[in-house]
Design a protein around this ligand. Sequence first.
Ligand code: PGA
Length: 243
Amino acid sequence: MSKILVVANWKMNPVSKKEAENIFNGIKKGVKKLKSEIAVCPPFVYLSLLKGLKIGAQNMFYEDKGAFTGEISPLMLKNYNVDYVIIGHSERRKYFGETDEIINKKIKKALGVGLKIIFCIGETDSQRNNGEAEKIVEQQIKIGLEDISDVAGMVIAYEPVWAIGTGKACGVEDAKKMKEFIVRIITEIYGAETAGQVRILYGGSVNSQNSAGYIKEAGYNGLLVGGASLNAEEFVKIIKSAE
Ligand code: PGA
């Protein structure tokens, strides 16, 4: 298994170029001697500005080019030297109507152009309370990866929706069970060797106090960090805690 991967998802923040540069430079300075793989996913408008760490986009469309006003093409990302693209984030599913089928089209396209994927899955509060967390996660994986023959090198981020931006991070025991469940599903579909090459990240209210538990106790291969990644010092502490 490759290195621990810690990803910053800035979402629709910050609102100025200056702030984006400041946060990015703070992260860059703080991680110089660290061993983990780090990727920063800023809004599209800052992609070309930030250099010196791996960069990811937060979304993309599933067509190469054409009359799709407001969309960003996977080829544009590839030609910009973007390393990663987040696909299927729960905010895309919730506010922009992204279904498992749309996400499947995006994943196929991204893999086709050679982008690395961070595929997000996770159940809502009511789904968990109804005892459906595993069923939903399984469905998201199976539809999201339908007709995709090889997932070696892919990153899957388990982000329970109720834990995102709420300060209510998932308990380490529950997170561990879900990590094992996800590995089981991937193993069932692709076999143990390929499953061993898929990194599973935890995301949802990660901070420097709870981060180590997901890596060291729950066995995750990395973290997807939202709010806390906008504070360079806190984000660097999170990465250090995972090493
Ligand atoms: P959060 O967001 O760390 O602010 O909870 C995580 C995410 O949505 O990727």
